[in-house]
Write a protein that binds this ligand. Sequence first.
Ligand SMILES: Nc1ncnc2c1ncn2[C@@H]1O[C@H](COP(=O)(O)OP(=O)(O)OP(=O)(O)O)[C@@H](O)[C@H]1O
Length: 228
Amino acid sequence: MDDVHVRLGDRDVLRGVDLVLRERRVGVVGANGSGKSTLARLLNGLVLPTTGRVLVDGLDTRRDGARVRRRVGFVFTDPDAQIVMPTVAEDVGYSLRHVPVGPERDARVRSALEAHGLADHGDHPAHQLSGGQKQLLALTSVLVGEPRLVVADEPTTLLDLRNTRRVAAELAALDQQVVLVSHDLDLLHAMDRILVVDGGRVVADDGPAPALAHYRRLVDADEPDVAR
Ligand SMILES: Nc1ncnc2c1ncn2[C@@H]1O[C@H](COP(=O)(O)OP(=O)(O)OP(=O)(O)O)[C@@H](O)[C@H]1O
């Protein structure tokens, strides 16, 4: 990201972000409304910079949006926002729509469902899954497309502890680079690098321990009377 500013409506949502992200695991943390989702969405061109530019593997998100989106898988907080097909298997298959219908595509769908604990749910209506299963389906549908980079925006927020652990383990096991927006400090501790976003700026960029200490100090400074 080169000197990226994002203005949405009459708000300056990001105000001068300069980043080169090379680490395999990058976490993003910050207060509600600080600009984390916007930063994440820049990475697959869902949001375009008002000024500045964003390059993914050298591709400009403004000029090469379609190619960028093929490389960057995006997992939303709310899986209902990205489940598009009636059944679980059809939804995963939709991500492989460039592969001709036939045994190869069926096999890839089947093995993806097996790998993510959804093998018994292939024919189930996707919207009847539990919240955790839906999130696993959303993740499966992203991963089956074999993206180079996975961006996940608070993917465990709606999940119970067991499913949080499952999704966390799935993300941790990926070969791909992962950019994870989260409020879950346990998840963030496992990252290689953490960006702390505040008021549209990256105010700390460090390993988990110092970056999360910075984040805590920010919160404490905002609420001096709250017990620590
Ligand atoms: N389309 C839009 N038009 C105007 N303002 C917007 C728009 N989208 C986001 N914003 C504002 O930009 C700011 C940053 O939003 P963003 O979703 O990036 O925050 P966030 O850090 O991800 O918050 P949260 O933790 O609550 O998800 C917020 O104040 C939000 O209201």
